[in-house]
Design a protein around this ligand. Structure first.
Ligand SMILES: Cc1cc2nc3c(=O)[nH]c(=O)nc-3n(C[C@H](O)[C@H](O)[C@H](O)COP(=O)(O)OP(=O)(O)OC[C@H]3O[C@@H](n4cnc5c(N)ncnc54)[C@H](O)[C@@H]3O)c2cc1C
Length: 505
């Protein structure tokens, strides 16, 4: 019998798959249990009536040299099916100004100078802080630290230039952006809501600066839909002797003497393991542990505010009926006097024109999304009639489409097919309680959540742990967790330690 440890991963989202692949590469036996028939969760692509729709995420960053996806590909020796996109997206502001998020730095500087004169100081500070954040994230940086070893790894990652960030540790983006132009604030709010899950006055200055820099770090379309990132990892895992088992919904984690020992699926099957990773939110983890959940985890889920949900509209489009477009991605903000989200701000993503895998010939797909509070959807779902819930869904579909038409006139006319997704839909397809997506708002580095669960051999992975949401964010988190598991399993020095992702020793 082999002495290699057995690692179980609950969930085939990008965070779980990243950690699974790295542990497999380092010599663990790995089994991923996924409840659905395809991988990717919030960054999955689903098939419906001949179209392939991106369920949530549509644009992926982190593939430039040194970026998390690029480092993962180097370690595993795989290729991602991606195409860079420039411009990344266009922001349509309520006063009619359009701001193009160019990847190219010179074009971007010309753009912000034209759109928001007098904001040079802000952009120079933002760029400096973003450089520091991206530089730190290119090394193992187990934030927040959960062990003396994490502290040591963090200390080793610091460079003299990192110290320049110290005065900004308790600042927000809003505090750096002193301007009388309300559209500038609206612009920042729009960008930060999608990249940090909060607006400028609450977004942490360092995290927010890195988030505002995403277009400049390069964003990509994934050929065949964003779910092909997860599928690429699944294929790699299968090709290297690991298992990804679909239709395996984990309903319980067994704990004996303070150690997680096994999981039980909906079908009653039991899988035992030495190490367990939960690609879940803390709420979902607490549910699976039931009475065995450590007191601290129970307190956490009882006291945390719910995070955002998403309302989505998936359109199958007759490409010939679309107007000429300068970009495939648009963010529309309708009324700057009203809170963002709830159809007042909408992100529109069209599939790549050249990607023939997304639908029948002559068509394109679109995913439209807006942040939404989860509670009202569940109140209707649980306490009212089905018709009240459906009426709200119809109302949101119309509002989102109306907002989107401000950027792409004729979009509604071009739609051959339309499907709506609410937090209830997301709860079903991602198994995330209440359909809460996108992780925690990044308001303070000192309140960031790490992967610890209170059970020695069980870790969280995915967008609930720092650095939070996005395909790149959960990949970084997955790397951190893989390093922690390796350290715990005291495996022999892994092969990929020579690659630019040391295990932290
Ligand atoms: C509308 C929307 C738009 C977004 N846009 C972008 C974007 O453009 N770019 C970007 O980078 N990011 C974007 N994001 C964020 C990004 O999609 C997520 O942060 C990231 O994909 C989350 O990955 P994760 O590892 O946390 O796994 P999740 O996506 O949460 O996946 C978890 C997986 O685990 C499975 N699972 C859960 N519970 C169980 C169980 N008990 N048993 C078995 N399986 C289980 C689920 O079925 C799922 O497959 C967006 C998110 C949303 C919702």
């Amino acid at each position: 019998m082999s002495a290699a440890p057995q690692t179980l991963v609950i969930g085939a989202g990008l965070g779980g798959l990243t950690a699974a692949a790295l542990l497999l590469h380092a010599g663990h036996h790995v089994t991923v249990l996924e409840s659905h028939i395809y991988p990717g969760g919030s960054a999955g692509t689903f098939y419906h009536k001949g179209f392939r729709f991106d369920a949530g995420a549509t644009l992926a960053g982190g593939f430039a040299p040194g970026g998390p996806h690029a480092r993962l590909a180097e370690i595993l020796g795989l290729e991602w099916p991606i195409n860079p996109v420039d411009p990344a997206w266009v922001v349509h502001l309520p006063d009619g100004r359009n701001v193009t998020q160019w990847a190219d730095r010179e074009q971007w500087e010309a753009e912000w100078r034209a759109a928001f004169p007098h904001t040079g100081d802000f952009w120079h500070t933002q760029e400096r802080l973003a450089d520091i954040s991206w530089d730190i994230s290119s090394r193992p940086f187990p934030w927040p630290p959960e062990s003396p070893r994490d502290l040591w790894t963090i200390a080793k990652a610091l460079r003299p230039q990192t110290l320049q960030a110290v005065p900004y540790l308790s600042r927000t983006i809003g505090s750096l952006a002193a301007t009388r132009d309300p559209m500038f604030k609206t612009f920042l709010d729009g960008q930060l809501l999608i990249a940090a899950q909060t607006t400028a006055d609450s977004a942490h200055a360092l995290y927010g600066s890195a988030a505002l820099d995403l277009p400049r770090r390069g964003v990509n379309h994934v050929t065949g839909g964003i779910g092909m990132l997860a599928q690429t990892l699944v294929d790699w895992i299968h090709a290297h002797g690991g298992k990804v088992l679909f239709r395996n919904w984990v309903k319980q984690i067994e704990v004996k003497e303070g150690q997680a020992t096994a999981v039980i699926t909906q079908k009653g099957q039991r899988f035992s393991g030495d190490y367990l990773l939960a690609n879940l939110t803390p709420w979902a983890l607490a549910e699976l542990l039931g009475p065995q959940a450590p007191a601290r985890l129970r307190q956490e889920v009882a006291h945390r505010e719910p995070t955002w949900g998403a309302f989505t509209l998936y359109l199958g489009l007759d490409a010939a009926r679309l107007p000429p477009l300068t970009a495939g991605h648009h963010q529309v903000i309708r009324d700057h006097t009203q809170p963002l989200g709830e159809g007042n701000s909408v992100f529109i993503s069209l599939s790549d024109e050249a990607d023939g895998r997304r639908g029948p010939a002559g068509t394109r797909t679109a995913t439209l999304s807006t942040h939404t509070a989860v509670a009202p959807w569940w109140q209707l779902r649980n306490t009212s009639s089905e018709s009240a819930y459906l009426a709200r869904r119809e109302k949101y579909s119309a509002k989102v489409l109306e907002t989107a038409e401000q950027a792409i006139p004729g979009l509604a006319q071009a739609a051959m097919l339309s499907l709506a997704g609410t937090p209830v839909t997301f709860a079903f397809y991602t198994r995330r309680p209440l359909g809460m997506v996108g992780g925690f708002p990044q308001t303070s580095l000192f309140q960031a959540r790490g992967p610890g669960t209170g059970i020695r051999n069980l870790w969280l992975v995915g967008d609930s742990i720092f650095p939070g949401q996005s395909t790149a964010g959960v990949t970084l988190g997955g790397m951190r967790v893989a390093a922690a598991v390796l350290q715990a399993s005291r495996s022999s020095r892994p092969l990929w330690i020579t690659a630019p992702f040391p295990a932290g020793d």
